[in-house]
Design a protein around this ligand. Sequence first.
Ligand code: NAD
Length: 341
Amino acid sequence: MTRLAFFDTKNYDKNWFDRLKQDYDVEIQYFESKLNENSVLLAKGFDVVCAFVNDHVDEAVIKGLIDDGVKLVAMRCAGYNNVDFKTAFGKIHVVRVPAYSPYAVAEHAMALLLSSVRHIHHSYVRTREFNFSLNSLVGFDLHGKVIGIVGTGRIGRVFNDLCKGFGMKVLAYDPFPNPDFDGEYCSFDELCQRSDIISLHCPLTPDSQHLVDKEAIARMKNGVVILNTSRGGLVDSEALLEGIKSKKIGAAALDVYEEEGDIFYEDRSNTILEDDTLMLLISMPNVLVTSHQAFLTDEALHNIAETTLGNIKQFRDGLVMDNEICYHCATCKREPGKRCF
Ligand code: NAD
């Protein structure tokens, strides 16, 4: 039986992992705490830790996990910008869930776009108060608009299909273009200049940090709509706020925020938010924020639990781990049939 320490637990995680754990011979201890320098001691005596997007799997935590005797970090997410792979390499294996439902995220991006341009969030609040006025609810048709998709991987491609269904013209930027992508590739600069709507679907890396910054926003069309369902750090929030205030940006819909780590996923309704930028963004009538929930469908949660437990089983059985990632994976020299180290 493998012993798993599960961090940043929510009821919806527990629900799916508890349903499947017997099939994989895994015993799970759930911790509500995020994994960080203070909580890493909780992992002592466990074989594996399971972490999520806002856990801090940094140098200190990796060293702590190694001291605790943990052998595997099982990320139950696709993105891994919060893991210090350099420290982990050669000492502790890391696996992830590369794909659990690109539909969940792409459909959420489309929901944000539709809500934003048709002011559904405002209408919902108004009609609950019996306010049936249509003042300031004028939207625009998506049909015929140019949408710029940044990152044409699994989620970007599903989002492309949805956009085509709405009759939009798709432009795309990706440093590694996909020959099967059904859309016109161009440079990031050209995408900024030509798009009515820009949607981010690329990972957060040192190269993509603040991809949408003051300069990029200056190149965009007046009234551009920006969607971010990927990672908060892709957008310079201060520059976004300035763009909103100056009316350069027509609307922003964000499922992620660069400083979300200690804020999202918790009920903060009785506390004073200390992040002024987020407070101002949320207070803008043309900004819609959801709390990193694009992944949150039954199908995705089931796949996350199944793949994570499958990753752990491969580790325990000494097999090659299909979803292992390491410090060298960008230029991976892994031989077929071998683990990363
Ligand atoms: P993927 O690996 O299938 O595709 C990512 C694409 O981005 C690739 O084609 C890659 O070449 C491209 N890319 C890399 N660097 C780029 C750059 N600087 N500019 C433009 N494109 C770049 O990943 P995916 O499954 O499509 O997921 C995309 C991102 O969505 C993830 O990295 C993650 O951050 C985010 N995500 C968010 C949620 C959520 O709940 N909000 C859930 C899952 C994934």
